[in-house]
Design a protein around this ligand. Structure first.
Ligand SMILES: Cc1cc2nc3c(=O)[nH]c(=O)nc-3n(C[C@H](O)[C@H](O)[C@H](O)COP(=O)(O)O)c2cc1C
Length: 362
């Protein structure tokens, strides 16, 4: 029997698929829709000292990714504390996390107010320079003095994310969330020569599958460096994506872009896919999978002798994807089955990742 239940910072989640701060968690109704859609925990849209008007346009789908210039909540704190957090708490017993930003002074004032409104934890999004975690340290210390609920710190995909996570843990953070959107980015509509975003410079921030490898790397770096739980975010849209983050050391994941594109039912679908994967692979609990990939991360580059992949003939459908993408001309479909020319193969691994049926393996 597979169990998806996880406990993080003393909070019990029915599954590790959480909402992320964003437009899909912009008010009480969208949060309750996420519960209906199968989310295991709720992180609400970020509120800050003053509500903010978004530039327009501020959302665009680029392949399966989202480019966004959506800022923090356009609604005032009073709406959240007076109406929406209490309505969500009344409507569900799933943990509710308030996301608050962006300076130590602001979160120090906001934290007691959102906790008084009933939230179970706070997630801090703090503006800080890419090379200096001092504002995060100050914010965590300030909030820890103000509230008794778990304090999570959300980190952007900064190059020194490990140092930031260690600093946050040292200041008393109870958990780390990694990561947010990547940017600034620019995308132009070639029909009109206009930027897709109405923000200054046409800038937007990228989320979705394109940022997943960066987010997974951040999670692994952080999981290896700190002892507090890590929650992954960035490009989760399937059960396998969620498992990847868990294997990299995450205790749970958050989902934003996929919920924007596919709707609130995505949370339950991801959880179901994860459960199915666990059944097939004989993992009983999420904890059984957590961090199991970390021991395989090489400390130094691996330089083994180039090896060609093995072809599992019974799995090969002759689809030619490997042949088309082999830049060395080493893979050919002969008699309906892939064959690797050992004199040409450099052991790069591309065909193994391209094969849809896992007919090629090292
Ligand atoms: C439209 C949009 C709005 C977002 N708003 C917030 C926000 O208010 N606060 C925050 O911390 N992160 C915000 N994020 C970042 C997400 O919470 C999440 O960290 C990021 O999108 C990566 O996850 P994903 O690939 O599943 O979207 C936003 C993302 C998007 C796409």
């Amino acid at each position: 029997m597979v169990s998806l239940a996880v406990e993080i910072c003393g909070l019990k989640f029915r599954n590790p698929i959480l909402t992320a701060a964003g437009p899909t968690t912009r008010d009480a109704n969208s949060l309750l829709a996420a519960v209906e859609g199968g989310a295991g925990g709720l992180v609400a849209k970020t509120v800050s000292g003053a509500s903010e008007k978004n530039p327009r346009p501020n959302l665009a789908k680029i392949k399966d990714n989202i480019l966004s210039a959506d800022l923090w909540s356009e609604d005032p704190l009073s709406k959240w504390t007076g109406e929406w957090y209490p309505k969500v708490k009344k409507g569900t017993d799933i943990p509710l996390v308030a996301s608050i930003g962006f300076t130590a002074e602001e979160v120090g004032e906001l934290a007691p107010k959102v906790v008084a409104a009933g939230v179970d934890a706070v997630e801090l999004t703090i503006h800080s320079p890419a090379d200096n975690p001092a504002p995060i340290v100050e914010a965590v210390k300030t909030v820890k003095e103000e509230v008794d609920v778990p304090v999570l710190v959300k980190l952007g995909p900064v190059p020194k994310v490990k140092r930031f996570a260690e600093a946050a843990e040292g200041a008393g953070a109870d958990g780390i969330v990694a990561t947010g959107s990547l940017g600034p980015c620019l995308s132009i509509d070639v029909e009109t020569a206009m930027p897709l975003m109405g923000a200054a410079g046409g800038h937007g921030w990228l989320s979705g599958p394109a940022v997943k490898p960066l987010a997974v790397r951040c999670v692994a770096d952080i999981a290896l460096a700190v002892n507090v739980p890590v929650i992954g975010a960035g490009g989760v849209s399937t059960g396998r994506d969620a498992v990847e983050f868990i294997m990299a050391g995450a205790s749970a994941v958050q989902v934003c872009s996929a919920a924007i594109i596919h709707g609130a039912g995505i949370y339950g679908r991801i959880a179901d896919e994860m459960s199915h994967f666990m059944q097939i692979k004989n993992y009983r609990t999420v904890e059984d999978m957590r961090g199991i990939a970390l021991k395989h991360l090489p400390e130094a580059p691996m330089h083994p002798k180039a090896r060609a992949p093995e072809v599992i003939r019974s799995r090969c459908t002759g689809c030619r994807l490997c042949e088309k993408s082999c830049i060395f001309g080493a893979v050919k479909i002969i008699g309906g089955v892939a064959r690797v020319d050992l004199t040409r193969c450099t052991g790069c691994g591309l065909c193994v990742s391209v094969c849809p049926t896992r007919a090629l393996r090292f």
